[in-house]
Design a protein around this ligand. Structure first.
Ligand SMILES: Cc1ncc(COP(=O)(O)O)c(C=O)c1O
Length: 476
């Protein structure tokens, strides 16, 4: 039996561990985190979270405060996102859950379709492939315009058939930050009587503010005829703590198949609006508090800071010899690619890590070359001169180092691997070749990324799943 530890000691341990993580504040981590730069916001969120984290959304009649907060959040979001009188919504745990539920509801609205399909652009978030995997809905992926990276509405329209239960558009896409032509896509879906979901998980909260600031944001929300549902994450540009997203539907009728009830057991009747059953009130209360505190004026100010920053970063990156921004993003996300094969963007990412910035490697896919993703938030405002100076240095150093060149034998081995037959020994051999110990990620990733880039997407998935198994070994 182990003795319990004093609370202070436990918290000290946690602080020490967290010190080894990427920073979540200050704008140095340009993916995964969203920082308003306002310290009061985090303190408020933490206090609200603590007040409600023991309450259980499983039974809203037992915890009416949670029901009220959820309804108030939806009432705030619906007009922002073009919903009419009949629009409804649910708070979920995150973007992936919102996307999963949009697919599940669309599938279950058509029990008569035996092998349902959804039509999506190849740039749609991987959450939809997860939904396809979980719910047995075939994902029909349609290539995007090779230069703009926006979905091709005619090709998507042509892909709709009698088995299609859902069409998906992104506003914007994560990888390139561009907004799909939602009006045309939704119209094509409506002509065939098919649901159309707009994945505005990342952009939904900020795009309306950007539009007010004069950015030409195309129509993307529930006001567009044919759009039947929309997802928007509060834990992204609403600057709420992790664990909240919204799935809005144009009507209660469209939402109904999302709900689940089971009376087929002797316990309480299970009645869930989302995938979770027990649902902490913490994230919900934190989001409710942050939304009330910031208000429309607060989000307008944060969007203005973010827009200023993304414009400065874009202009600065484009001025660096050897770098270019992919497409013409109208949002707060940038994909930065190299102009020449002689500059390895994954080495640039490592050099940025050396300089204490995190930029996210994205592999080449169809017409999209390997690039670095930047999620710009309000906290980046003011950091641009240092970021750009370090980007310039990182590029110079990476250019001098030259691109990572894998040994030809290693490339042959990787190309010959069959994802379906990958053995533990083969995986261990690759880890060793990559200089990995199977426990932690190395400091420099360019070599590993070069190996992963050689692998087919299917093999890459397989290798990464093995990697996950290795790092989650259950041994502390
Ligand atoms: C467009 C889009 N959809 C869905 C998601 C998934 O959201 P989450 O990571 O909260 O599950 C993301 C996340 O970045 C996203 O950008």
């Amino acid at each position: 039996m182990t003795a319990g530890l004093p609370a202070d000691q436990v918290l000290d341990e946690l602080r020490t561990m967290r010190g080894g993580d990427l920073p979540t504040h200050g704008g140095r981590t340009l993916a995964y985190v969203y920082d308003s730069g306002l310290s009061g916001v985090d303190d408020l969120a933490a206090a609200a979270h603590a007040l409600a984290s023991s309450a259980n959304g499983l039974d809203p009649t037992a915890f009416p405060s949670l029901m009220r907060m959820e309804n108030e959040i939806v009432a705030t979001a619906v007009p922002l996102l073009g919903g009419g009188e009949s629009a409804v919504g649910s708070v979920t745990s995150g973007g992936t859950e919102s996307c999963l539920l949009a697919v599940q509801a669309a599938r279950d609205a058509h029990p008569e379709i035996e092998a349902p399909r959804m039509v999506l652009a190849t740039t749609a978030h991987a959450a939809f492939h997860k939904a396809a995997h979980y719910f047995g809905v075939e994902a029909v992926s349609v290539p995007v315009d090779p230069a703009t990276f926006r979905a091709d509405p005619d090709a998507m329209a042509a892909a709709i058939d009698d088995r299609t239960v859902l069409v998906v558009a992104s506003a914007p896409s994560y990888a390139h930050g561009v907004v799909d032509p939602v009006e045309q896509i939704a119209a094509a879906a409506a002509r065939r009587g098919v649901r159309c979901h707009v994945d505005a998980c990342i952009g939904g909260w900020v795009l309306p503010q950007l539009r007010k600031l004069g950015v030409p944001v195309p129509a993307f929300d529930l006001s567009v005829p044919g759009v039947t549902s929309l997802s928007v994450d509060l834990h992204k540009y609403a600057y709420c703590p992790k664990g909240t997203s919204l799935l809005l539907h144009a009507s209660a009728e469209l939402r109904r198949p999302q709900f689940f009830a089971s009376a087929r057991w002797p316990g309480y009747t299970m009645l869930n609006s989302t995938m979770q059953s027990t649902r902490s009130g913490g994230p919900l209360a934190a989001a409710w508090a942050v939304l009330r505190h910031l208000g429309d004026a607060g989000y307008a100010r944060l969007a203005s800071l973010t827009l200023e920053s993304v414009r400065r970063i874009r202009a600065g990156v484009e001025a660096i010899d050897g770098l270019r921004v992919l497409g013409d993003p109208e949002s707060t996300l940038l994909a930065v690619a190299a102009d020449t094969d002689e500059l390895d963007v994954f080495t640039v990412a490592d050099e940025m890590t050396e300089r204490r910035w995190y930029v996210q490697p994205q592999f080449g896919f169809e017409s999209s070359p390997a690039n670095l993703h930047l999620t710009v938030t309000a906290a980046n405002n003011g950091t641009e001169p240092q970021l750009l100076a370090d980007f310039g240095e990182a590029v110079d150093t990476a250019r001098r180092a030259g691109p990572v060149r894998l040994a030809p034998e290693l490339v042959t081995v990787i190309e010959a691997l069959d994802p379906a037959q990958l053995s533990a020994e083969q995986f261990a051999g690759l880890l060793t070749a990559a200089g990995l110990d199977g426990v932690s990620a190395p400091k420099r990733m360019a070599e590993v990324n070069a190996m992963l880039a050689v692998a087919s997407p299917r093999l890459r998935e397989r290798l990464l799943v093995e990697f996950l198994g290795a790092i989650y070994s259950g041994r502390g």
